[in-house]
Design a protein. Structure first.
Length: 223
C-alpha cells in the first residue's frame, strides 16, 4: 500500500500514461518514487548522469557488484551503479515494497518479429526511449542496451538446456512502489510498458512518479 513520509516535501508528481514515455531530472539528494497506482504494470527505466550522458546505469553490472557486496542480486538492488569506467553509485534504493524486479534491457522491433503481444498501434519501449530522449541529443546508439531497470517485472530462468526465460505476472499490486535516493543529478527516461501479455497482467497501465526532497528523519506512516 502506498505510504507517505512525515515532513517530506513533494516537489513534483505526474503519471506516465500507458504505452508512452517521459524524460525528467531528479537532482542529487532527491527521492524518486515509482508507483503502480493502477495495478500490476511494468515500468522500464533508464538512469543517466545529467551532466555526462556517457555515464549510465548498468543493470547486470550493478547486480554483480551488489552480489559481491552481499547487499543484492539479480532481482533486488540496494545500489544502482554506472557502467565501467565510472562504476559509481547513481542511486540508492531506500524503500521497496515488492523487492522483485528485472535487470536487463527493453523490447525492440527486432524482438517483435518473434513476439506479437504489444497493444495495437503502440511502439516498443526501445522506440519510446528513442523518441523521448531525442530532444536531449541522445540516440539509441548512445544508450547501453542492457541498462534498464525493469521495475516490477518478474522473470525466472527455466531448468532446461537453454536456461530460457519465463515471464510471470508483475510483482506489484495497486499502490506498491519503489523509492530511489539520487546520489547524483540523474536524467531519468521511463516508459509505461505497452506489452499486453502476462508481464503487465494482460492490460497496459500508467505508472505514477513522485519526486520528493529527502529528510533522513522521515518515518513511514500508513494511510
Amino acid at each position: 500500500m502506498e505510504t507517505e513520509k512525515k515532513s517530506r516535501r513533494l516537489i513534483e508528481a505526474f503519471v506516465i500514461p500507458k504505452c508512452s514515455a517521459k524524460v525528467f531530472i531528479v537532482n542529487k539528494g532527491q527521492v524518486l518514487r515509482v508507483i503502480a497506482h493502477e495495478g500490476g504494470q511494468v515500468a522500464d527505466i533508464k538512469f543517466i548522469n545529467a551532466h555526462d550522458y556517457r555515464e549510465q546505469f548498468a543493470a547486470q553490472w550493478s547486480a554483480a557488484i551488489n552480489d559481491a557486496q552481499g547487499i543484492g542480486g539479480s532481482k533486488k538492488l540496494a545500489k544502482l551503479y554506472s557502467k565501467p569506467p565510472w562504476e559509481r553509485v547513481m542511486l540508492t534504493v531506500i524503500d521497496d515494497k515488492v523487492g522483485d524486479h528485472f535487470l536487463n534491457g527493453s523490447c525492440s522491433p527486432k524482438i517483435l518479429q518473434h513476439k506479437t503481444d504489444l497493444i495495437e498501434g503502440s511502439k516498443t519501449c526501445v522506440d519510446l526511449f528513442a523518441e523521448a530522449l531525442r530532444p536531449y541529443g541522445i540516440s539509441l546508439v548512445d544508450l547501453d542496451s542492457d541498462g534498464t531497470f525493469n521495475a516490477f517485472m518478474v522473470v525466472r530462468f527455466k531448468d532446461d538446456e537453454y536456461g530460457t526465460w519465463e515471464f510471470l505476472p508483475p510483482s506489484c499490486k495497486k499502490g506498491d512502489y519503489i523509492e530511489f535516493l539520487a546520489e547524483m543529478d540523474v536524467l531519468v527516461a521511463a516508459t509505461s510498458c505497452p506489452d499486453k501479455d502476462i508481464i503487465n497482467d494482460f492490460k497496459p497501465k500508467g505508472i505514477k512518479y513522485q519526486i520528493y526532497e529527502y529528510d533522513k528523519s522521515n518515518k513511514i506512516k500508513k494511510r
